[in-house]
Design a protein around this ligand. Structure first.
Ligand code: NOJ
Length: 979
């Protein structure tokens, strides 16, 4: 709705995605993107949250300038498809809520256009030649008629066989039309009608300022060495002439004659915003592409000036402003922003521009994306910018841009920004198509692929998706409302608000800056890598009364109100005051740590880089608010114990122990309050934390949601189901395979995120002194695994990397370990006394590569998951003995397994009641398929194991000995929350 309650035209604040057709998606396996490819990706576009696509020229063309050389304006190049397919595409886009803008090229045709052929075949002075600028040269005809230069290099004139010259402001294959010709004018109106009648919603107008030339085509007079004369100079003979506006007034009438009215966006490279605004006067075009903003340096001052000037210019004539960070004619924003000089410098290219730090460019580009999407008006997103692509290096022999060709290699041209998109991490052309790509994609391109990024909340793609969705949802965003600048804490920070209740802060400098509305203790943002001991950083943040789109968060944090003081802003910890004791959970020194077990079937899987087990395992723990989880007042946790030993302790991401992560005893908590803590943003935040790691010893827990179900394919590209090895305890069918394929895909994503954290430890120079532990909460979420005490349910991934300075050789030591051993191990390594009540057994000696006593058994216990299902077990090197305390009750699969594909192919076998006792000999039967409990030859073994289990149950005062264990209800959390 518009400001006055009226419905504003869509184009006033639309997000328009630029499809560079030949590089978007190839649907017919010829290496060139096409309409079929685009149609196949409409779902992607609608998921991205854009409002319209601008499709670069798809007309019949010899493609010497990538289609900006049109031979037939009413036909789609057969390489791209047909007009029928175009019509279907338009309909399909409309059905998906996406409008379609085409690209009209009125300044010039292709030299293959029938009009130009007719001009060349007609004598000087003929009507056919009058459609173009064809005339005799100077100096007896041997020199061009004037001094104009081609934008692509060389003179703007080419001589034809009979000695006349024709004008081409671009390539010689692009002769300029003569817009003094009534025939030219009416032809173009007819072309517009042709496409409008087909349902096209608007046009971008190529080189919109150049159509009209000064009478007599006078010399321009270039300053020495200038590649182009100043386009804003008064009375320029081929740019921005007053007469061009007449053409657009006629076009506007044409667009308005349609219902709904169609729209135009002018490509107008004018440095003077006021001149630009003349194109969008009420009776002319609707918008101009804001190339002024696109050229600005990435500095607070530069961007603010560009924003102010743009808004001032367009608002003066009642038009909306548009914003773009890049397009197919310029370096990608990541590349430009990765340089020292971030201005766009026309005429300078390639190595002359200086080195590029792509990492820095990406950080800045992320910030720029949020800044841009927070501005009023319409935004253009160039394809691939949402993936954070940088310009690709295109080998010289592969370059195709006429700029490269015409400048004889002096100017690099635009190919680097036009390389076909990566859709998948691998494959011949990274999912672009089935047969290569017309411009070579560099190695490593797949790392930026859509499917590599989808679901990874730290990715560019997810940043765009969440920002676009917030932009749609938030009443202050979009629209054409005011940008209200606020006092910024420093010169290199921009702060503005928009009504109602929205604030944007962009930090262009290296030092963290506070967000003004929430006070100094709020989270800080910066575009440069954090130096020194700064808190986690992110380049740009939005805060609003409803939600926050922080650069690294896809999932918006709830309750981040810039105008209200937050009690505990996400991602920061209230600093400990001088003299204040380290905060502890509501625990009492020396209170018993309840006995635990190897496996807690109640908790959800989630790889961790470091481990803590604050809870006794038979109490349920899950951050999602299930009953029966929490931290009791007397319970001690790893972070609380290590904190007492002088460690700084921090939690980033998922935890399953308490509804309130602040109870767990960490000094510092970076919780995920909204949505699952996906490994992308969690690892990103961990990396930043490590980049600014404290000087004191620290204990960092990084918790990922993955590999929790579900595994949507766009977030976790599945492996090939045919390649999956189905374990023998599961039925081998298509459902199981599909399920496992997704699971393995999610492991891959989690692995990569884990690797990023490990790399950050290396980069931070901490590898010599840091112990890394990686583990999962429990076995895999499959039948006969999660929720059971069979091995697949209680075996967990566990990888330890001792500090490098210990010089321990890699290996897989024999023997059993239990998660309950982690606590005593860490406390011992930290030099503290292990509380006597701790049941676990330190494996510090194993980590040091020293001989030591190894575990001979682990015990396992389960009471509840989806139902009361008391089981106990003992596992030795060789045997597994499992006791079901309520035999005869059919076990229930946990809800996530029930909903998974594997369930569809599952017989009743897994759901049969378990016997009271089971015994497996793992030497012969590692998958525990052959129950030996009734085999007399194993009677002695069974009796021995049963006795050990009984002893453990009584030693640990197992509650089941007193009868049925009460179902957990409500939270177990007790005591004050240490904030
Ligand atoms: C501007 C277009 O964006 C560019 O790609 C093209 O080369 C020139 N106009 C000439 O049409």
């Amino acid at each position: 709705m518009g400001e006055n309650g009226t419905t504003a035209p869509w184009w006033r604040d639309a997000v328009i995605y630029q499809v560079y057709l030949q590089s978007f998606a190839d649907g017919n396996a010829d290496g060139v993107g096409d309409v079929a490819g685009l149609r196949s990706r409409i779902g992607y576009l609608s998921g991205l949250g854009i409002d319209a696509v601008w499709i670069t020229p798809w007309f019949r063309s010899p493609l010497r300038d990538a289609g900006y050389d049109v031979a037939d304006y009413r036909a789609i190049h057969p390489r791209y498809g047909s007009v029928d397919e175009g019509r279907e595409l338009i309909d399909e886009c409309h059905a998906a809520g996406i409008r379609v803008i085409l690209d009209i090229v009125p300044n010039h045709t292709s030299s293959d256009h029938p009009w130009f052929a007719a001009a060349l075949n007609s004598p000087p002075g003929s009507a056919e030649r009058a459609r173009y600028h064809v005339r005799a040269g100077r100096d007896d005809g041997t020199s061009p008629p004037n001094d104009w230069l081609s934008v692509f290099g060389g003179p703007a004139w080419t001589r034809v066989d009979d000695g006349e010259w024709y004008l081409h402001l671009f390539d010689s294959s692009q002769p300029d039309l003569n817009w003094d010709s009534a025939e030219v004018r009416s032809e173009f109106e007819d072309i517009l009608r042709f496409w409008f009648d087909l349902g096209v919603d608007g046009f971008r107008i190529d080189v919109a300022t150049a159509l009209v030339k000064a009478p007599g085509l006078p010399d321009l007079g270039y300053p020495d060495g200038a590649f182009l004369a100043d386009l804003t100079r008064a009375d320029h003979p081929h740019r921005d002439r007053d007469e061009v506006h007449e053409i657009y007034r006629d076009w506007r009438k044409l667009a308005d004659s349609y219902d709904p009215p169609r729209m135009f966006a002018a490509e107008a490279w004018l440095d003077d915003p006021d001149r630009l605004s003349r194109y969008v006067r009420p009776d002319e075009l609707h918008t101009t592409l804001n190339l002024y903003y696109l050229k600005s340096a990435w500095t607070a001052d530069g961007m603010r000036r560009a924003i102010d000037a743009s808004i001032a210019a367009t608002s003066g004539v009642g038009a909306p402003t548009t914003w773009a960070l890049s397009n197919h004619d310029v370096e990608r924003v990541v590349t430009r922003y990765g340089r020292d000089d971030t201005r766009r410098r026309p005429g300078v290219s390639g190595p002359e521009l200086g080195p590029v730090d792509e990492r820095l460019g990406r950080r800045r580009a992320r910030a720029a994306a949020l800044l841009t999407l927070a501005l009023p008006g319409s935004v253009y997103v160039y394809q691939g910018d949402e993936l954070g692509l940088a310009d690709a290096h295109v080998p010289e022999q592969a370059r195709q841009d006429p700029i490269w060709i015409r400048s004889r290699g002096r100017r690099w041209g635009r190919d680097g920004a036009r390389v076909p998109l990566p859709w998948t991490p691998d494959g011949g052309s990274f999912g672009f198509g089935d047969d290569g790509a017309w411009l070579p994609q560099p190695p490593g391109w797949g790392a930026h692929a859509v499917s590599s990024q989808a679901g990874d909340d730290s990715s560019f793609l997810e940043l765009y998706r969440s920002a676009l969705s917030l932009r749609r949802a938030h009443p202050a965003l979009g629209g054409t409302g005011e940008v209200r600048w606020c006092e910024a804490p420093r010169d290199d920070v921009l702060v503005f608000t928009r009504d109602p209740g929205f604030g944007c802060v962009v930090n262009f400098g290296p030092a963290p800056a506070p967000i003004p509305w929430t006070g100094a203790s709020s989270w800080s943002v910066t575009t440069e890598p954090a130096r020194a001991r700064s808190p986690p950083t992110a380049p740009s943040g939005w805060t609003s009364g409803r939600r926050t789109a922080h650069d690294h968060d896809r999932a918006p944090q709830r309750g981040a109100d810039p105008l209200a003081r937050r009690r505990h802003p996400p991602g920061r910890v209230r600093p400990r005051r001088r003299g204040e004791p380290r905060r502890r959970p509501a625990g009492v020194r020396g209170a018993p740590v309840r006995p635990g077990v190897l496996h807690d079937p109640a908790v959800q899987p989630g790889p961790r880089v470091a481990v803590h087990r604050p809870l006794p395992a038979h109490e349920r723990a899950d951050g999602s608010g299930q009953p029966g989880l929490g931290v009791r007042a007397r319970e001690r946790t790893v972070p609380s114990l290590l904190s007492e030993l002088g460690y700084r302790t921090a939690l980033i991401g998922q935890q399953h122990e308490s509804r309130d992560p602040y109870r767990l005893g960490f000094d510092e908590v970076h919780p995920w309050l909204a949505g699952p803590a996906r490994c992308g943003p969690v690892s990103q935040r961990a990396v930043e934390w490590l980049e600014a790691a404290p000087g004191e010893p620290f204990f960092l827990t990084v918790g990922f949601f993955e590999t929790h179900r579900p595994y949507p394919a766009d977030g976790y590209p599945p492996v090939d189901p045919a390649s999956v090895e189905v374990p023998p305890y599961l039925p081998d069918n298509e459902h199981t395979r599909a399920d496992l394929a997704g699971f393995l895909g999610s492991i891959r994503v989690a692995d990569a995120a884990t690797g990023r954290v490990v790399d950050a430890v290396e980069r931070a120079g901490l590898a010599d002194s840091t112990l890394l532990l990686f583990t999962t909460d429990h076995g895999i979420a499959y039948p006969r695994a999660k929720g059971t005490l069979y091995d697949p349910g209680i075996r967990v991934a566990f990888v330890a990397r001792p500090p490098r300075s210990w010089g321990v050789a890699p290996g897989a030591p024999d023997g059993l370990l239990s998660h309950v051993d982690v606590l005593p191990t860490l406390v011992e390594l930290a030099g503290g006394p292990v509380p006597p009540s701790v049941q676990g057994q330190s494996f510090a000696s194993v980590l040091r590569g020293e001989p030591g006593r190894r575990r001979t058994e682990v015990f396992a216990e389960k009471n509840y998951h989806d139902e009361y299902d008391p089981i106990r077990g003992i596992r030795t090197d060789r045997y597994a003995y499992i006791r079901t305390l309520e035999p005869g009750t059919p076990p229930r699969l946990s809800g996530d397994i029930e909903r998974g594909p594997v369930r569809l192919g599952l017989g009743e076998e897994q759901l049969r009641p378990r016997p009271a006792e089971e015994l497996y000999d793992l030497d012969d039967d590692p998958w525990q398929l052959c129950d030996l409990a009734g085999d007399p030859s194993y009677a002695e073994v069974k009796a021995g194991l049963a006795a050990r289990l009984d002893a453990w149950m009584s030693e640990t005062n197992d509650p089941v000995l007193a009868g049925r264990v009460a179902a957990p209800s409500g939270s177990l959390d007790e005591g004050p929350v240490p904030r």
